[in-house]
Design a binder for this molecule. Sequence first.
Ligand SMILES: [Zn+2]
Length: 148
Amino acid sequence: MKRTKILTYRFLEYIPRDIEEGVIYISMTFSTAIHKCCCGCGQEVVTPFGRTDWQLTFDGESISLDPSIGNWSFDCKSHYWIRHNKIIWAPRWSKKKIDANRAYDKRLKDRYFMAVQEKENRSDRKIRLADWLAEKNILKRLKNNSLR
Ligand SMILES: [Zn+2]
């Protein structure tokens, strides 16, 4: 198996069906990237962008991803950073560390999505209030009209 040392990036709207090794395909439309595991095992690694997922940095010449990529669900269990298109290999994690990180990640996500949900609920209430007021006004106007 050949390890990837340098990734080439491609910005596309849609991720192609067949992806090449050594290329990271980035879709801004879908806020996600995909590449083949840099260890050479051929598994496809999907890295969605988001505040609780990966953050993509593009400096005009190269891309970096944060945090590191830990392919814990693959047999290879590879772990690396993508920094300015370069693959920087990181140590493998123990199962304990992987589990702890998963739990932490989940808590972070839960908290984030709860905050988003809360915000949506709030704007939902605002919309409902606006609807209600609009309806009331219409009713008032209808009443006034019928009185005339
Ligand atoms: Zn791999």
